[in-house]
Design a protein around this ligand. Structure first.
Ligand code: F0G
Length: 464
């Protein structure tokens, strides 16, 4: 059975449900303009009877498809023939228990795990999705690929284009809106980097028009193939927990691709009888970029069987336009006001009895400092998950006995400016502009003269 017979694209709107072949390049339903899913005729796909069957892949690490933390689960995203798969070794990531962060969140030492997606080749979870989008780009003969980005998607697309040489890459970023760590990656990996005089929401709008007009392959999370790859983050979390389902998965919310992919992954596993219950999903917005929180928590926006009240979304966007409000957070990766996967994320929240919360930049940077102290570290947006878990525990929504997994979406070195400002004071004006005025977990560097005795005195001091 070929993949093109068992995999297809389908409009997520139940009033439409239009279907398209996987050989078509689409980012929205041609009939109604809604988002698309990649869907499978599971009855005709050879799916393992138990998740444990995937463990046999561990002994085949010389096979790139078994090494990849995405493609070793390829029976659960079966849209591509093996020979078309594009992989650069993504998904070698870790789940680690963290007694220190558990304590910070008010949980017992064994109650919290961190999923370090920063260990991917480009330093963020995006590589899980980009390997899948790159595969589809190759299947459809794309010569050029593009994305808009707050920095990590562009770094990821650039590394796939650069490493494989399969397609040219053009990335669109808001001028001055992305950290140097991420900008440097796009430049270094050879992507044409277009700095738009605007923010991510502007860049996202432009890239869609550019791709349509110029026939370029779009790699943002509107692309349903990208989200197929991001499903594997959930598979690896389950794998690291011995295939046990945690009580909570907590994830930062930006463009809402990850949360949408997690919901789809979990629903499919349940449907296939590979897990017997779903974890709850918590999506955490940054306070200055909290469209989902406002609509879900305050306006009662819900999936409602696919019959989403889109007038609530349109009203919210009209208000943002009228008042000139733009997204504003130090967690620049999630500085997004118009998340393209909003409706898909509502479906995930519905499936996983989800909750949405918003946390301040102060809470994010404090949580980030704790994550850094306790392990591999992360960038600001990632720490929203930990700040969110802490808030939900304080509210009693997360119970003391719950087993909680926080997704750390990207590497600590992605955004050193915020980290150095928090710890050392250099550049603190920028933190103050975002109301970050306290630094309870700062690890101040110590000045010392270039003199051995004085240095020894410093080292023998209270922190020595
Ligand atoms: N964390 C990090 C580090 C990110 O880079 C992003 C998104 C998110 C969380 C939010 O994930 O969009 O799936 O809800 N970054 C995108 C980018 C928008 O362009 O790199 P999401």
């Amino acid at each position: 059975m070929s993949h093109s017979e068992t995999a297809f694209q389908r409009c997520l709107n139940p009033n439409c449900g239009a279907q398209y072949s996987v050989s078509e390049v689409l980012t929205r339903c041609s009939a109604c303009g809604d988002l698309l899913d990649v869907a499978y005729d599971w009855d005709r796909v050879p799916v393992p009877r138990s998740l444990r069957e995937f463990e046999s892949r561990w002994s085949h690490r010389l096979d790139p498809l078994a090494l990849s933390g995405v493609w070793r689960f390829r029976e659960l995203l079966p849209f591509a023939p093996d020979e078309q798969i594009v992989t650069i070794g993504e998904g070698q990531t870790l789940l680690r228990g963290s007694p220190m962060i558990a304590d910070y969140c008010g949980l017992p030492a064994s109650g919290l795990w961190l999923q370090y997606e920063g260990l991917n080749p480009s330093g963020s979870f995006k590589d899980n999705g980009m390997t899948a989008a790159s595969t589809h780009a190759r299947m459809t003969g794309a010569r050029k690929a593009a994305c808009a980005s707050t920095g990590n998607t562009s770094a990821s697309l650039a590394i796939y284009g650069g490493t494989t040489g399969l397609f040219g890459v053009v990335v669109f970023v808001g001028s001055g809106k992305i950290s140097y760590g991420k900008l440097s990656q796009a430049l270094d990996y050879g992507a044409q980097t277009v700095q738009i005089a605007g923010d991510f929401d502007d860049a996202m709008r432009q890239v869609q028009a550019v791709c349509q007009r110029a026939g370029i392959y779009l790699c943002n999370s509107l692309n349903p193939f990208r989200l197929e790859g991001q499903k594997t983050i959930v598979y690896r979390v389950l794998e690291s927990l011995g295939w046990n389902v945690p009580d909570w998965i907590v994830v930062p919310g930006g463009n809402l691709g990850n949360s949408s992919a997690f919901g789809k992954a979990l629903l499919e596993l349940k449907e296939l009888g590979l897990i017997d219950r779903l974890p709850r999903l918590a999506i955490i917005n940054a306070g200055g970029a909290d469209t989902l929180y406002q609509l879900y928590q305050h306006r009662g926006l819900r999936w409602n069987g696919g019959h989403v009240d889109r007038s609530l979304i349109a009203d919210h966007y009209a208000t943002l336009d009228r008042t000139g409000q733009r997204a504003h957070t130090l967690a620049t990766a999630i500085q997004i006001s118009r998340p393209v996967n909003l409706v898909k994320a509502l479906r995930a929240l519905d499936a996983c009895d989800g909750v949405v919360r918003s946390v301040s930049d102060q809470e994010i940077l404090d949580a980030k400092a704790q994550v850094g102290r306790g392990g591999f570290g992360c960038e600001p947006a990632s720490a929203a998950s930990v700040a969110g878990a802490r808030l939900l525990r304080r509210e009693g929504v997360i119970a003391p006995s719950d087993r909680v997994v926080c997704i750390l979406t990207a590497h600590q070195l992605k955004d050193p400016t915020a980290t150095v400002a928090y710890h050392s004071g250099v550049g603190r004006e920028e933190l103050e502009r975002h109301d970050v005025r306290a630094h309870p977990f700062a690890n101040q560097p110590v000045a010392a003269a270039n003199d051995l005795e004085q240095i020894l005195a410093v080292v023998a001091g209270p922190r020595g």
